[in-house]
Design a protein around this ligand. Structure first.
Ligand SMILES: Cc1ncc(C[n+]2csc(CCOP(=O)(O)OP(=O)(O)O)c2C)c(N)n1
Ligand SMILES: [Mg+2]
Length: 350
């Protein structure tokens, strides 16, 4: 059956009768200092992930490994608008970038990837299962869409405890077709939970493009039947992401209920390290890198703000050292002792 071609641009106002809508976000006006920090964090994620890819190739990382390269502006722009210690975050298995953007030590993330005792989940979780409750980071989930329901639960906890926090619940374009997402939307709006649902639309779910799999491919509209307003955002532009983050986070924090952000982004690498990526052309990936790379975009803006080549080179150098240090740590620190095989095992009776 022929499918109508994907619509590329979003229409302005989805029709939700009698529902206040969040303001259309402006691009964030960052100072040179703030943008330098966004640039630094995005570069850290990029270089960390490149190194993780190398370690995987060398056999030092086992199991699954999903890289975040290309999507850096999403995590950095959103995380920068959160209140650490008050808000919570939950995501899927493509989680290293989120953790780095949240200020978690690259050494313990890399050590988790190599399965070492010093890793953030003591070497037992690997790439997909990392948590940091101190940072309000609730994982790291391998079941597609599961984090959306758990995110609604985190939102419920914020409301129940009246702690002023909100939850950012991230999921992919593929996960957006999961049934539990819509059960969660319903409860979240019904109970006006402080949740920002973030769809990271990187255009593919494993090898299936969003317009091959989704009847409504304008994913920001997916909350409409639950009266959840949605905003579509250029997820390759860290300032656009930060602008939208402020509107959405304020909306949820003010008690107006959940809101949906569709971040239009792109992953440069395969779905995971074992994906030969035969479902798209090299030219498609290259065109995205050339035209929309979030790090190159931030670099151009920084130059306009008067941040010179030397300052950017110094950041490159600093990041290179941080990543090298995390890789050395992850290679040299010991594996968990054998006795640890018997700890953290949940035994229940039903
Ligand atoms: C419930 C469930 N079904 C299927 C899978 C296998 N699977 C893992 S990732 C994935 C694709 C998800 O794509 P998307 O939500 O777009 O996220 P992305 O990988 O692009 O970040 C699938 C089908 C799974 N892990 N869980
Ligand atoms: Mg996807």
């Amino acid at each position: 059956m022929a499918k109508s071609p994907a619509r590329k641009t979003a229409s302005a106002e989805p029709p939700i009768p009698n529902r206040e809508r969040p303001a259309q976000p402006d691009r964030y006006k960052a100072s040179a200092e703030e943008l330098t920090e966004f640039y630094r964090q995005m570069l850290l994620i990029r270089r960390f992930e490149e190194k993780a890819g190398q370690l995987y190739g060398m056999g030092l990382i086992g199991g699954f490994c999903h890289l975040y390269i290309g999507q850096e502006a999403v995590a950095v722009g959103l995380q920068s608008a959160l209140t650490i210690g008050k808000d919570s975050v939950i995501t899927g298995y493509r989680d290293h970038g989120h953790m780095l953007a949240y200020g978690i030590d690259p050494k313990v993330i890399m050590a988790e990837l190599t399965g070492r005792a010093a890793g953030i989940s003591r070497g037992k979780g690997g790439s997909m299962h990392m948590f940091s409750v101190e940072h309000g980071f609730y994982g790291g989930h391998g079941i597609v869409g599961a984090q959306v329901s758990l995110g609604a639960g985190l939102g419920f906890a914020h409301k129940y405890k009246d702690d002023g926090g909100i939850c950012l619940a991230y999921f992919g374009d593929g996960a957006a077709n999961q049934g539990q997402v819509y059960e969660s939307f319903n409860m979240a709006e019904l109970w006006k939970l402080p949740v920002v649902f973030v769809i990271e639309n990187n255009q593919y779910a494993m090898g299936t493009s969003v317009n091959r799999s989704s009847a409504e491919d304008q994913l920001y509209r997916r909350g409409e039947s639950f009266r959840i307003p949605g905003i579509q955002v250029d997820g390759m532009d860290v300032l656009a992401v930060r602008g939208a983050a402020e509107v959405a986070i304020n909306w949820a924090r003010e008690g107006k209920g959940p809101v949906l952000l569709e971040m239009k982004t792109y992953r440069y690498r395969g779905h995971s390290m074992s994906d030969p990526a035969k479902y798209r052309s090299r030219e498609e990936v290259q065109a995205m890198r050339d035209k929309s790379d979030p790090i190159e975009g931030a670099k151009r803006e920084l130059e306009k703000l008067g941040v010179g080549e030397d300052a950017l080179k110094a950041i490159e150098k600093e990041i290179k050292a941080v990543v090298a240090e995390s890789a050395d740590f992850a290679e040299q620190s010991p594996e968990p002792p054998l006795d640890d095989l018997h700890t953290d095992v949940l035994v229940g009776t039903y």
